[in-house]
Design a protein around this ligand. Sequence first.
Ligand code: ZN
Length: 343
Amino acid sequence: MKALVLERKGELSLRDFDIVEKMGPQDVRVQIDVVGICGSDVHYYTHGRIGPFVVNEPMILGHEASGVVLETGSEVTHLKVGQRVCMEPGIPDPTSRPSRLGKYNLDPAVRFWATPPIHGCLRPEVIHPADFTFAVPENVTQAEAAMVEPLAVGLHAATKARVKPGDVALVTGAGPIGLLTALSALSAGCSHVYVTDVIREKLELARSLGSVTPLHAVDDDVNGAILSATDGWGVDVVFEASGNARAAAGVFDPLCPDGTVVFVGMPLEPIAYDVVAAQVKEARVEHVFRYAHVYPRALALMAGGGIDVKPLITDRFDFEDSIRAFEFAAAMPPSSVKAQIEL
Ligand code: ZN
């Protein structure tokens, strides 16, 4: 079938690709509708690797997908042919120790779309375990359903933060994950969220998302503004979603005593970590790696109106224009957040 293939670092082609997937009794065959382009897809395209994961042979990209069920395995009961769905891209070994502990995102054997050597979903069809395929509510569009994957990261981060009603949070970084984390923090009960970035267009979009104060990470006195707005106390939660070394090293400065830091972004290099700054506040520090069974919550929040991701879907491309879409995403204009490909 025709697929968007990363041949090697810097070289994409839209071509026929032989992919053998066997339909099992607990699988569904899904026609792909919409695939969001993720920073990780772009990074494999521009750098050929992320940490230990290296693109050594041609790989189909894409992991943020929605579609329609074409066929169900004989043991599948919760999905029907014609049903709109979205898919979790990571399939763990259900018998692994992390899976049995309820932390299947930490299973080292997880097979995750478009993480070498596993192929992604930028192709007309996939066969997928029904257990990792979720029915999309009637009032949620296929484009929104393709946002469930990155939203799940933000919701997982808010859950790890143990947000309480009325908490104030800071999100550093206004990329897709930062903005989805801000929306997640608000839906979890934060009364107000500060968002920092260096791109003014992204900060303006952040402002439009609700009770959000955007601050420029370099030109504004971020810590001064937060401390003066909170009677010198600081924010209850800092979500580090930029992956930027300077932002990551400064997470304890605007934090209140006994506050929580959640590391969401992935710095490319090890960062400075100020133990004493964390100690004097007895900061609780959490980390997230993807998510575990967050899709039902994400879909319920979208359907109930608690979270609206539509303002973040800024650019759409046809499947035929997939290569152009990736070139666009690799040099994203400041006003763009999430680009999606429609099949
Ligand atoms: Zn992603």
